[in-house]
Design a protein around this ligand. Structure first.
Ligand code: COA
Length: 180
């Protein structure tokens, strides 16, 4: 297996019922995320709650990652509120695309797939933004006491900022699609 996986090595497919038998092959140290894929992703999609994209590694056909996205809004608070007030934007909240769940299978971690998935989320957001108002990408970063498993650093590295601090559980983060 190569050290780094490139976008051309990947096929992205929107989840369909025919994928169901494959989903149990997906393994993650974040069990809740593997369970969501097997148990809830399709149902959520049928109910228009979130849309899931599966990532397959072309050379082996393996399911190596998935991402579920949905719409969201950020309530402007603190520094973010001041920033927008200064720019003359007085709204209480602004629209966002949320990465509801994002997970790379254990065997394919640290090969650049997570980064490619964020790039893919930005492509989806830019597409939507042509037709519908959309300012941010949001996510709830999963915290882990093991620094190698704490997704905060991953998201920070990719330009996400902390929306508000929380002691436990997930940490709400955002990326402004306009402010570079
Ligand atoms: C977070 C996650 C998606 C990262 O995927 P990945 O494919 O391993 O990430 P990449 O290989 O693209 O890594 C990009 C950079 O982020 C850093 N990084 C990746 N995962 C990290 C982690 N868990 N902790 C700290 N830094 C991390 C890497 O150091 C890498 O930097 P480098 O290029 O200098 O090595 C993956 O660890 C995962 O699926 N975790 C379980 C589920 C989860 O936490 N999802 C996010 C919250 S919903």
């Amino acid at each position: 297996m190569p050290k780094e996986i490139k976008r051309d090595d990947i096929i992205i497919l929107k989840l369909i019922a025919g994928h169901k038998p494959l989903l149990s092959s997906f393994k993650s140290y974040e069990k809740e995320l593997a369970d969501f894929l097997q148990e809830d992703a399709l149902d959520n999609q049928d109910k228009s709650i979130s849309t899931t994209y599966l990532w397959f590694y072309k050379p082996t056909g393996e399911l190596v990652a998935y991402m579920s996205v949905l719409t969201d809004a950020i309530n402007l608070q603190g520094n973010l509120k001041s920033y927008f007030r200064k720019a003359g934007i007085m709204y209480k909240s602004l629209p966002a695309l949320k990465i509801g769940r994002l997970c790379v299978s254990d065997a394919y971690l640290h090969k650049g797939i997570g980064t490619l998935m964020i790039e893919f989320a930005i492509i989806i957001a830019e597409k939507i933004r042509k037709d519908v108002g959309l300012r941010f990408i949001t996510t709830d970063a999963k915290r882990n006491t093991d620094p190698d498993k704490d997704s905060l650093h991953f998201y920070k590295k990719l330009g996400f900022e902390v929306l508000r601090e929380r002691e436990k559980g997930t940490l709400p983060m955002y990326k402004d699609l306009i402010k570079k």
